[in-house]
Design a protein around this ligand. Structure first.
Ligand SMILES: Nc1nc2c(ncn2[C@@H]2O[C@H](COP(=O)(O)OP(=O)(O)OP(=O)(O)O)[C@@H](O)[C@H]2O)c(=O)[nH]1
Length: 416
């Protein structure tokens, strides 16, 4: 990521350069005047430019015109701004303006650029029956580099939520024919939790109970139309920041810290209620417990770093070959578990045999080191009309695993 700082004060430019390079992965060019800014813009593509409004050879904000004319997103740095200048800059299409007041101003700039970099990969769905209103919201979102998708009514928004993966924010207008904003939010929340997608409601209705109703229906925030540029962006970025925090908390609670596959807690939450139901239904379900052979030797001979690498690589191979269809978890140490929903014992055994064989053939490479490793695997299938629980299945798979170990390791054993 390359950033242009157009700033005649060498102190301000130095502070910005220091903060940006330390906190973001980027390279910085500094232009102390308009002429050098023009030369740099002609030479490089910039992710964003930070522009001082008054330069010695451009006292009237010409640097902003130059940057925007070059299709580069522009953040304005200024000592002061009157209402007219503010309106003019926003109309010109700057990303934001920041007062050069104290170090927090510079921190704000760094945070804003980090947010812009994230926004490029963030999909936002705008559902509004008014084409004008949709365009206005789209323009504001695109200024902050979001990927925008539009829906002209609630039904279309629901279709798009199904068809397009990874939508992180839904902005829903209240007054829409057919499915209105409330119903859209209720139905969207049936599919997407608060960890997966944030929702902001919009309305030009003056009913003062709307905010509470939107939020009670599952929205994260609400904006009354007409709203100003700054309020819109603050609400959107606060909402997405909370979404990110919730996601991080969820990951800390449910993913294994070393390998990033699911942890024991997630696995039990997902399957302890499902297993008895599947048993009563007579559905096919198997469970495999995997344990790397002689893993202690890896730690003892090559150190914990290599041991950690082996665990991470093992988890990644397991996830790559099975994770798309089945749930892979690390229960602790070098023990992994896979829930094979839809597979009876015979098919589960064939699948795990395939994984075991590939594992044994492909060495683990860590720098100069090449390690040939194998795993022992215990498998159990849920019996028809059984009254099994997840705990009892794990115990049986553990017994099968023990047999695999005592029979010579590097093998799969299916529990009788
Ligand atoms: N590097 C690393 N080692 C771990 C971690 N968790 C557990 N271990 C080590 O894993 C080893 C487990 O070894 P054992 O259970 O004795 O089994 P083994 O050497 O794999 O032998 P078999 O299972 O009988 O083939 C122990 O040395 C633990 O210290 C971890 O997160 N990182």
């Amino acid at each position: 990521m390359r950033i242009l700082v157009v700033e005649d004060s060498s102190v301000a430019a130095r502070i910005l350069k220091h903060m940006l390079t330390h906190q973001l992965e980027c390279s910085i060019d500094v232009a102390p005047d308009l002429a050098s800014a023009a030369a740099l813009l002609a030479k490089h593509d910039y992710f964003v430019a930070i522009c001082d409004l008054n330069l010695p050879d451009a006292p009237g904000g010409e640097s902003v015109e130059l940057v925007l004319g070059n299709q580069t997103p522009c953040i304005v740095l200024t000592g002061s701004l009157d209402a007219q200048q503010r309106r003019r800059l926003l109309q010109m299409g700057i990303v934001d303006y920041v007062y050069k007041e104290n170090r927090y101003s510079y921190e704000y700039v760094v945070k804003l650029i980090a947010t812009l970099a994230r926004n490029r990969h963030t999909k936002v769905l705008v559902a509004d029956d008014s084409a004008l209103s949709r365009k206005f919201v789209r323009n504001l979102l695109e200024l902050h580099l979001f990927e925008v998708i539009e829906a002209e009514n609630g039904a279309r928004a629901l279709e798009l939520l199904d068809a397009v993966s990874g939508i992180r924010l839904l902005i829903a207008d209240y007054n829409m024919p057919g499915i209105d904003g409330f119903e859209l939010i209720l139905r969207a929340r049936e599919k997407f939790s608060r960890e997966e997608m944030a929702i902001i409601g919009l309305s030009n209705d003056t009913d003062e109970t709307l905010t509470a109703r939107f939020i009670k229906n599952g929205a994260n925030d609400f904006l009354q139309k007409p709203f100003v540029h700054e309020e819109f962006h603050c609400r959107v970025s606060n909402t997405l920041e909370s979404l990110e925090m919730v996601r991080q908390l969820w990951e800390q609670a449910n993913l294994d810290y070393l390998t990033s596959v699911y942890n024991r807690r997630f696995f039990f939450n997902r399957f302890s209620q499902q297993v008895p139901v599947l048993g009563q239904q007579g559905a096919s379900f198997s469970l495999a417990v995997l344990d790397i052979d002689f893993f202690k030797d890896v730690n003892d001979k090559h150190g914990h770093d290599v041991g950690d690498f082996v665990l991470t690589e093992f988890a990644s191979r397991l996830k790559q070959s099975l994770g798309q269809h089945f749930t892979v978890a690390r229960f602790g140490g070098e023990e992994f578990v896979v829930a094979l929903k839809g597979l009876d014992g015979k098919r589960a055994l064939a699948l795990m045999e395939g994984f075991r064989e590939r594992l044994a053939m492909e060495p683990f490479v860590f720098g100069e080191l090449e390690l040939r490793l194998t795993a022992s695997i215990g498998i159990v299938a849920l019996g028809h009309d059984s009254e099994e629980t997840l705990d009892s299945l794990i115990k049986q798979a553990d017994v099968a695993l023990y047999q695999a170990k005592t029979n010579g390791r590097n093998r799969c054993v299916l529990a009788e």
